[in-house]
Write a protein that binds this ligand. Structure first.
Ligand SMILES: Nc1nc(=O)c2c([nH]1)NC[C@@H]1CN(c3ccc(C(=O)N[C@@H](CCC(=O)O)C(=O)O)cc3)C=[N+]21
Ligand SMILES: [Mg+2]
Length: 292
């Protein structure tokens, strides 16, 4: 029997509609419109598409958004100045600096400069620490979207074997931590992992975030497993392929995300959720007591 297809596009649409309603209520109560600033350095065409998708999603949800497009020649100090201004701007509750940045710019220094309260990507070290400690903070969007998809699949995580392939800071590491907090037994694999196919075959939940087209084959998948494909590998003909050989995997898995239409749209939906959450926390914080 073929797997259930986890329709990320449809789930993302539901979540964005919920955000739209919550934004309207928040704005009615506080007279504040949540605002997101997206910073794009250089003119990578793929990045431009994501940025315009984010902007459209904000508009539809009633979130104010502004785009800062800087030339590839932008210096680190100019970028840090812009981040400083956005940190102080009361209209802006969320700041996203599109990655990767040009080689001449130190990515860590830039992420460090973002106010953790406005860090809707969840990449600032303070938010990374809050994730590891399971404290309230802002969670990275793609991992948060993955957890929503797994929940929608009805896959139990408590005691389950979860295998994550790929150890990036933006997907592999944070999603592993989130699965751990849901009481899964987590194995985090990477390019040096021995017998990768064998490790994957143990997985009740398999998250593929390697960036290599169709690397995960059908016979690497445990029958009935939930398979989450984070890959967005652009082919020469312009089409997208996942990290999972979908046609093979769909025959074996219990549930699987397609590419496109799986994780990608969820990333954008969770960005809107994070922007609203950030606005709530910034506006909703009780005033400091006088004389305190
Ligand atoms: N600071 C930062 N935060 C990010 O979240 C971030 C980033 N930098 N740099 C680039 C990656 C990539 N990313 C995607 C978002 C949506 C889709 C998406 O909507 N994908 C559609 C297809 C889009 C298409 O057709 O190209 C889908 O999978 O169905 C894909 C990729 C966010 N990223
Ligand atoms: Mg980099």
């Amino acid at each position: 029997m073929a797997a259930q297809i986890l329709d990320g596009k449809a789930l993302a649409r539901e979540i964005r509609e919920g955000v739209r309603e919550d934004v309207a209520r928040f704005q009615a109560e506080t007279e504040v419109q949540p605002g997101l600033a997206v910073v794009l350095v250089g003119d990578d065409p793929a990045s431009r598409i994501y940025v315009s998708n984010k902007e459209r999603a904000c508009q539809a949800a009633g979130i104010y958004s502004e785009e800062h497009k800087l030339p590839a020649s932008t210096t680190q100090s100019d970028l840090l100045d812009l981040i400083g201004r956005l940190n102080r701007d009361p209209r802006i509750h969320g700041i996203l600096v599109q990655l990767p940045l040009p080689d001449a710019i130190d990515e860590g220094a830039v992420l460090d400069a973002i106010d953790p309260a406005k860090d809707v990507d969840g990449f600032h070290p303070v938010n990374v620490a809050r994730l590891v400690l399971n404290q309230e903070g802002l969670r990275p969007c793609t991992p948060a979207g993955i957890l929503e998809l797994i929940e929608r699949a009805g896959t139990p995580l408590r005691g389950a074997e979860a295998v994550v392939v790929g150890r990036s800071n933006i997907v592999g590491k944070p999603v592993a931590m989130m699965l751990l907090h849901r009481h899964a037994t987590v194995t985090l694999c990477h390019s040096r992992t021995r017998d990768l196919a064998e490790v994957c075959r143990r997985a009740d939940v398999l998250v593929a975030a390697v960036g290599r087209s169709e690397m995960i084959r059908g016979d690497w998948i445990k029958p009935g497993a939930t398979v989450i494909d984070v890959g967005i590998n652009r082919q020469a003909d312009g089409s997208l392929r996942g990290d999972v050989a979908f046609d093979e995997a769909v025959q074996v898995a219990g549930a699987i995300t397609p590419v496109p239409g799986g994780v990608g749209p969820m990333t954008i939906a969770m960005l809107l959720v994070n922007t609203l959450t950030a606005a709530h926390r910034q506006v909703g914080a009780p005033a400091a007591p006088a004389g305190g």
